[in-house]
Design a protein around this ligand. Structure first.
Ligand code: ADP
Ligand code: MG
Length: 260
């Protein structure tokens, strides 16, 4: 079906950027935990074969029984694979076999719509679904953009990080034309922000105008606390409750809540 994404009351937000290391996964885990703190029912979907989100939420991708891969092959429904995590969020885990999903999907008609169809059957009690994309613009990311109501582009405040954003926005324009007319770009989420750096402040001031996109606030500060969180299977929201990074993600989540 190529109609609008049905209004189930669940808002699906993709976090995508084909560059790795821009804090997509960290942002999905942290915004998800922050929305859960605000009383929202949150489902996170790990669409990266590297399964960093799955691992960072304390689920071992090597032993997980069923994953997003089974959903995309049609052998399971989302509800069959959901794992409940400690921070009040549910997770559709990834596993290494997801790497084969791209090749499996490629020859299939309607391959970009598989995730969207699966999410149509998701429990309507969820308020928000966050999609953690892999660092590519392949068929998995196209599935995310086709299933989403909104896109957030995490981007570090460094000049070199801009490379590729134009290509991502071209892909988004194609998706809006052909696959998902209703996809809204909610904006750039500035990440890894070092407020002491003039360069970072200049990039932050310029990036919205350069791409004619909203810039979500506040920027997420660069802090070592983020490095510690995934190792214990918790996001920074609980490992460093009152850190500036955790607070920044709470503020972003509060402003997103107003749009859900
Ligand atoms: P992506 O999913 O885009 O590849 P990640 O979320 O995995 O990016 O983040 C890449 C690395 O940067 C990880 O090691 C993560 O812990 C670290 N990181 C993310 N956000 C911050 C931050 N605000 N401050 C410091 N390190 C961060
Ligand atoms: Mg990631």
């Amino acid at each position: 079906s190529q109609g609008p994404v049905p209004d189930t009351g669940v808002t699906t937000i993709a976090l995508a950027n084909q560059k790795g290391g821009v804090a997509k996964t960290t942002s999905v885990a942290s915004i998800g935990a922050a929305l859960a703190e605000l009383g929202q029912r949150v489902l996170l979907v790990d669409l990266d074969p590297q399964a960093c989100l799955t691992f960072s939420l304390g689920v071992d991708p090597d032993t997980v029984e069923r994953s997003i891969h089974d959903v995309l092959t049609g052998s399971a429904e989302i509800a069959d694979v959901v794992v409940t995590c400690e921070e009040g969020v549910d997770l559709v885990p990834s596993a290494i076999d997801l790497a084969g999903a791209e090749a499996m999907l490629l020859p299939r008609p309607g391959r970009e719509y598989v995730l969207r169809s699966a999410l149509e059957g998701v429990d309507p009690a969820y308020d928000v679904v966050l999609l953690d994309c892999s660092p590519s613009l392949g068929v998995l990311t196209l599935n995310a953009l086709t299933a989403a109501d909104a896109l957030i582009i995490p981007m570090p405040c460094e000049m070199l990080s801009h490379r590729g954003v134009g290509q991502l926005l071209d892909t988004v324009a194609d998706v809006q034309k052909i696959l998902n007319r209703d996809l809204e770009v909610w904006g750039i989420l500035p990440t890894l922000f070092d407020g002491r750096s003039n360069h970072a402040r200049e990039v932050l001031a310029d990036v919205g105008e350069r791409y004619d996109l909203p810039v979500l606030e506040p920027p997420i500060p660069k802090t070592v606390r983020f490095a510690e969180a995934p190792a214990v299977g918790r996001s920074i929201l609980s490992t460093a409750r009152s850190s500036k990074g955790a607070q920044a993600y709470r503020d972003v989540a509060t402003s997103l809540l107003a749009r859900l």
